[in-house]
Design a protein around this ligand. Structure first.
Ligand SMILES: [Zn+2]
Length: 282
């Protein structure tokens, strides 16, 4: 168990890192970690994550009531509470607004595809949750089913929720998500995406869950025919053909609308290109 003093230092450090790595701006986002007594240490509402200090952190109970510290808990605390409720293995949650990943949701391009081997090994796929108003129970409830078997999820037009056994692993999942978005976006600009062959994706996911662990529900599925990967990631061969080595069963996972061709809006293309350049130069 990490003592409160260390957790406070870590929250301040990872908040600054999120800002410096362009994962959020201004008063965006919020971070939290579980204290040894089971309560939650979280960033309060309306503070800049790049310049956090001890006074910006509040201690709340598992119902979201403030126990210690000045200021109100963030309005998005329901999202953090849902993460800790659904995943007893999780001890830290980072919510940020990574720009390229969010652009994918606005453009309707799914990130629940198997493209990069390292990402399939560590995160599997990255689902996108349908739009819901920020800070509401509706949004918290919408992410619940995805939290159970994913460590990184995207919320339509909003941002990322990344979970981990500590703040470092939750931050790593956020970095991996945004890095994946940048590579995928660049590849699309260069001509298109070649996805991993479905058999290779399944092999990698199974291997990754056994080697590195992950959400307990996903680990329990490591030996299933599709290793828990959704059919969108496995291409259409599995669902179109009932006997392609038994992979790609139907999945109940909801994902963002897929856009197969190049993006249709020149203005949006330009905005995305500018965003990539800004991140690269930053
Ligand atoms: Zn937010």
């Amino acid at each position: 168990m990490i003592p409160e003093r260390r957790l406070r230092e870590d929250l301040i450090r990872f908040g600054r890192l999120c800002y410096e790595r362009h994962m959020l701006v201004s008063m965006d986002g919020n971070l939290s970690a579980l204290l040894p007594d089971g309560n939650i240490l979280a960033t309060k509402a309306g503070c800049h994550k790049g310049f956090l200090c001890d006074e910006d952190l509040v201690v709340i109970d598992r119902q979201g009531r403030r126990l210690r510290g000045a200021g109100a808990p963030t309005s998005e605390i329901h999202m953090h509470l849902a993460c800790y409720e659904e995943r007893p293995d999780v001890r830290a949650v980072v919510h940020a607004h990574p720009p390229i990943s969010i652009a994918f949701t606005i453009a309707g391009v799914s990130m629940a595809r198997c493209v990069l081997p390292e990402v399939v090994l560590t995160l599997g796929t990255i689902p996108t949750v349908d739009y819901a108003t920020t800070g509401t129970h509706t949004l918290a409830d919408a992410i619940r089913p995805h939290i159970r078997d994913h460590d990184a999820i995207l919320m339509d037009r909003h941002g990322a929720v990344c979970l981990g056994k500590d703040l470092l692993s939750a931050f790593c999942n956020l970095e991996t998500m945004e890095h994946t978005a940048l590579i995928t976006k660049t590849a699309r600009d260069l001509g298109g995406i070649r996805e991993l062959p479905p058999e290779e994706a399944v092999k990698l996911r199974s291997m990754g869950l056994k080697r590195y662990g992950g959400p307990p529900i996903a680990v329990a599925r490591a030996d299933e025919p599709a290793a828990g990967l959704p059919e969108a990631c496995l291409g259409c061969s599995g669902c179109a053909n009932p006997t392609p080595k038994g992979i790609a069963p139907r999945s109940a996972m909801r994902m963002a609308r897929l856009t197969e061709g190049p993006l249709q809006t020149p203005g949006l293309e330009r905005a995305l290109a500018d965003e990539v350049l800004r991140v690269l130069r930053g």
